[in-house]
Design a protein around this ligand. Structure first.
Ligand code: AHM
Ligand code: MG
Length: 324
């Protein structure tokens, strides 16, 4: 099955009507992720771990590797004349690149970076949208994404990608080439694994509390089966597990994050993950509606995220429907 990304993209252009320039955008992002993978592997001996000494627009302390990752994305995207705009978690404002390309990339260059010093899997998340470079609409709902994906820097380096109809996974080989490793990922409809930061329990709403209480009750509760809790605290790692074997990931709106609209960002975390999960047969909701249909009002907008196996997301939706 193994096939280089460039060949796979060329076949998609030739046989499935994939836009040639969009395939080039993906090759550009894949090259940025491959370079970043090499840097992350050696960062502890290159002295690149630890804090950068400043905070980003979200008020979060940036790590040196957050800054390096952002710079790598900018360097690669600038080389592709089809990309005119970059929205990044690490940049206060959208960056207008010096060209008139018709694509915009929104990305979290290094998600889960609080895990870096412990050598836990981190990732880069990205979303590709069409824009009019003369008058770009930065605030498009996720349904308008043309492509989405992430790179997971774990024991293997993975590039998980969708253009809509399916979700596929490539693995970086030792020559620096992305090779197809998983064709058409399928998230099983049911699962016995859930992922949530339970330290936030005192802030949860009734729906979240009921869902987790039912899972903890296992076969003695209304779910009628036993559950395990799995939480890496690195969204890419948690979502990758779900794409590989099912489960549900929840970062809901709660009484503490209510004022910011949630924890995770819509444009470059929630939307790309929602598109990948839906294309693999799973569901993605805020508890009040489909994530992909949320109309953004800010490039760094936050949103509630509940994604994964269809039956589990359905159970959460049903609990939200009962909540006033
Ligand atoms: P980041 O983009 O600043 O790295 O934050 C996002 C990360 C996600 O990877 C993870 O799911 C979440 O933050 C964990 O949040 P918390 O520390 O509140 O559990
Ligand atoms: Mg992030």
């Amino acid at each position: 099955m193994s096939q280089p990304l460039a060949h796979w993209l060329a076949a998609a252009v030739a046989n499935n009507g994939l836009d040639l320039n969009l395939s080039g955008v993906i090759e550009t992002i894949a090259a940025a992720c491959a370079e970043l993978s090499g840097i992350l592997r050696l960062a502890p001996i290159a002295g690149q771990t630890g804090l950068a000494g400043h905070t980003n627009v979200q008020g979060e302390a940036q790590k040196q590797l957050d800054v390096i990752s952002n710079d790598i994305f900018i360097k690669h995207l600038r080389r592709n004349a089809d990309i005119s705009i970059l929205v990044s978690e690490e940049l206060d404002e959208a960056l207008h690149l010096e060209n008139q390309g018709r694509f915009m990339v929104a990305c979290d260059p290094l998600d889960g970076s609080s895990n870096l010093d412990t050598n836990v899997t981190v990732g880069s998340i990205f979303s590709v949208l069409a824009v009019d470079p003369a008058n770009p609409d930065l605030l498009q709902p996720g349904t308008r994404q043309l492509a989405a994906g992430y790179a997971a820097y774990g024991p293997a380096t993975s590039l998980v990608l969708t253009f809509g109809p399916s979700t596929v996974c490539f693995t970086l080989d030792d020559t620096g080439t992305w090779q197809l490793s998983h064709d058409a990922l399928v998230v099983p409809a049911s699962s016995g694994e859930y992922a949530i930061n339970t330290a936030r329990e005192r802030f949860w709403d009734a729906a979240t509390t009921d869902y987790v209480t039912q899972n903890v009750a296992g076969e003695t509760g209304p779910a009628g089966k036993r559950y395990n809790m799995r939480w890496v605290g690195s969204m890419v790692a948690d979502i990758h597990r779900i794409l590989m074997r099912g489960g549900i990931f929840l970062y809901p709106l709660d009484s503490e994050n209510l004022k910011t609209g949630g924890r995770l960002r819509l444009l470059y975390e929630a939307n790309p993950m929602a598109m990948l999960i839906e294309a693999a047969g799973g569901s993605a909701t805020t508890g009040r509606g489909r994530i992909l249909e949320v109309q953004p009002d800010d490039i760094h907008q936050r949103v509630a995220v509940i994604v994964g196996s269809k039956d589990e997301v359905e159970r959460v939706n049903a609990l939200y429907a009962r909540q006033p």
